[in-house]
Ligand binder design. Structure first.
Ligand SMILES: Nc1ncnc2c1ncn2[C@@H]1O[C@H](COP(=O)(O)OP(=O)(O)OP(=O)(O)O)[C@@H](O)[C@H]1O
Ligand SMILES: [Mg+2]
Length: 243
């Protein structure tokens, strides 16, 4: 459903992503993990066509984002690392705008249910400028859920959410998985990733250092029972000091 093939992205002289390949199938939540600066946001921004890859190919529901951008973008819902709502649109107007942009106005019948689940229904007539950080995050998620995307990309969606919001969002992600969507979620919350994700991809300095189910990572690292994803993450991403 989502395929990233030999993705390279350079900023100036520095490579942010180097020869990265992975895929996300339908009915799967894949966690994109890595230390700060590992290249998670760069990868997701390339998938969302907000950055032009230096090299490589990205396919969304079979459509190449550079050759067939309209069809590719139609398949994708994306929640950025720092949501930036339109200051002068209300919460409800954001959903109407997204539904209109995707020509899916009929999906607005779900707006109330989505906003209620994210505790935004009472705020439906408030302007984007007046929303708190967590409410902005929830609004970005609501906009992602309003159109019938096949692929969801979330860049640290749980940051800034209150406990109920986190639980609700995780349920919404799992429901989308049940419906056969492909979901890519970057996060630093490793205990959540361990419970939520079917597979994880671990990046370090722009390169893939491990990929698979938590069980597969255990086998690759020959770790003992009781070793957490956090333990394995720290081992895989450890910086070795030059001697
Ligand atoms: N617009 C940019 N211009 C120059 N360098 C950039 C730019 N965006 C990202 N980088 C660099 O690319 C590398 C990867 O950054 P990226 O934001 O993808 O990391 P990340 O894994 O999302 O980190 P975090 O966990 O902090 O969000 C970093 O070295 C960063 O400094
Ligand atoms: Mg990031």
């Amino acid at each position: 459903m989502l395929q990233v093939q030999n993705l390279w992205k350079r900023f100036g002289d520095a490579w942010a992503v180097e020869d990265l390949s992975f895929h996300v199938n339908s009915g799967e939540i894949v966690g994109l993990l890595g230390p700060n600066g590992a290249g998670k946001t760069t990868t997701i921004r390339c998938v969302a066509s907000l950055l032009q890859p230096t090299e490589g190919r990205i396919l969304l529901d079979g459509h190449d984002v550079s050759e067939d951008p309209v069809a590719a973008k139609r398949a994708l819902a994306f929640v950025p690392e720092v949501p930036n709502p339109y200051e002068m649109l209300t919460v409800m107007e954001h959903l109407r705008f997204v539904a209109a942009a995707y020509r899916m106005e009929e999906e607005l019948v779900h707006a109330e249910a989505i906003l209620r689940r994210l505790d935004l229904w009472e705020k439906r007539n408030e302007l984007g400028v007046s929303l708190s950080k967590g409410m902005r995050q929830k609004l970005a998620c609501a906009c992602a859920f309003i159109h019938q995307a096949k692929i969801f990309c979330f860049d640290e969606p749980l940051i800034g959410l209150d406990p109920k919001g986190m639980r609700e969002l995780k349920s919404m992600l799992m429901e989308r998985r049940e419906q056969g969507n492909a979901l890519l979620v970057s996060t630093h919350m490793l205990d959540t990733a361990e419970r939520l994700c079917d597979r994880v991809i671990i990046l370090k300095r722009g390169k893939l250092v491990a990929e698979g189910t938590v069980q597969e990572l255990h086998e690759k690292l020959s770790s003992t029972d009781g070793t957490s994803l956090e333990d394995m993450f720290l081992e895989l991403t450890e910086e070795i000091e030059p001697v």
